[in-house]
Design a protein around this ligand. Structure first.
Ligand code: FES
Length: 352
């Protein structure tokens, strides 16, 4: 469910990015309290068309009685309707419609060594994860490996420098700039699998690190994941969130199974069930949306995970999945925006 929230602050981070802070009225404090690493889904209507986007929350998570800290990082995307609006038109006092924070790319503070490999705006959720962890858990350390094009295009430079000043013994930072000369001792160029395989063991005990958080463009996240697998890191310790996906050989397609010409979908949403015919070629999310405008979604591209639903019965084919962990698909979860029926009857539960 969307709630209108007032913009209480806008700060320019770089030429092409801003941090937007939203004020939460007291009666919604618990609804909008985030876990470190979660994102907000926002919507905006332009020329009669509704646009939805997900933006990660960069602020540390708060606890009662403090108000929730909803500050999101937004980078301008070429042709991106919401990011263009946020950077060029949005002013303090405007209202933005937002859903309560969601997402499973989270770290609940606990003792241990944690690390992240991030690229570009992938720093946003990791900033919340690292700052919350270091503030709340004195026996935790965090190593951040970040990659950007240039220092001028790097988001949250001050906030990350502040972590270094505040926790000199528990926060380690390595920055790789792909389009700029580096200072001595730091890696230059893109952080790919080979570079990370050489770099990570020099920084920390890789296999004993309690949790790895990978966030950014698909290529960086996949490279880091392969490097970690090669270095013996167990899959259960790797968490990932992909920010940009380009169609190409890296984009995993589901097996091409013929979809039956006619199928029927039964879906439960907010405790209410309905049964509808699936029209040729449409995703199960589209089937639901024709009758239930409240069906959850944001990206419609298999990236954000907002449309996750439990497959109660039947079989589906997903076009692509960049959001669900293998444990979730093994447990029976699917992305409705990417799912097409394989069996004539399919049942989804969005409430589980
Ligand atoms: S709406 Fe984003 S993954 Fe389906």
């Amino acid at each position: 469910m969307f709630h209108p929230l007032r913009v209480s602050g806008i700060e320019r981070l770089t030429d092409d990015s801003v941090a937007v802070t939203l004020a939460v009225p007291p009666d919604l404090h618990e609804t909008f309290r985030h876990r470190p690493g979660q994102h907000l889904n926002v919507r905006y209507t332009v020329d009669g068309q509704e646009i939805r986007r997900s933006y990660s929350i960069c602020a540390p998570a708060t606890e009662q009685p403090a108000a929730p800290a909803l500050r999101v990082g937004i980078r301008l995307v070429d042709g991106g309707a919401f990011s263009t609006y946020a950077l060029k038109e949005l002013v303090v006092g405007d209202a933005i419609e937002a859903m309560p924070p969601m997402g499973r790319f989270v770290l609940t503070p606990r003792p241990g060594q944690f690390a992240a490999v991030v690229g570009g705006s992938g720093i946003t959720p990791v900033l919340s994860i690292a700052s919350t962890l270091l503030a709340r858990e004195p026996d935790a350390s965090f190593c951040l490996i970040r990659s950007d094009r240039t220092a001028a295009s790097t988001m949250f430079l001050d906030e990350v420098a502040d972590l270094k000043d505040r926790y000199p013994d528990r926060f380690q930072l390595v920055t790789a700039l792909s389009r700029e000369e580096q200072q001595a001792g730091l890696p230059s160029g893109r952080l790919d699998r080979e570079r990370l395989t050489a770099l990570l063991p020099a920084l920390l005990p890789v296999a004993e690190t309690d949790g790895w958080f990978l966030c950014g463009p698909l290529g960086l996240v996949r490279g880091a994941e392969l490097a970690l697998h090669g270095l013996g890191v167990d899959r259960s310790r790797i968490h990932q969130e992909i920010f940009h996906v380009e169609d190409g050989p890296d984009a995993p397609a589901g097996p091409r199974i013929e979809t039956p010409a006619a199928g029927t979908l039964t879906a439960t949403l907010d405790g209410r069930s309905g049964k509808w015919p699936v029209q040729d070629g449409e995703s199960l999310l589209e089937t639901v949306l024709r009758s239930r405008a409240d069906a959850p979604y944001a990206c419609k591209g298999g990236v954000c995970g907002t449309c996750r639903a439990f497959l109660v019965s039947g079989e589906v084919r997903m076009d692509r999945n960049f959001a669900l962990e293998p444990e979730e698909t093994d447990a029976g979860y699917v992305l409705a925006c990417q799912s097409h029926p394989v069996t004539g009857e399919v049942e989804l539960d969005f409430d589980r």
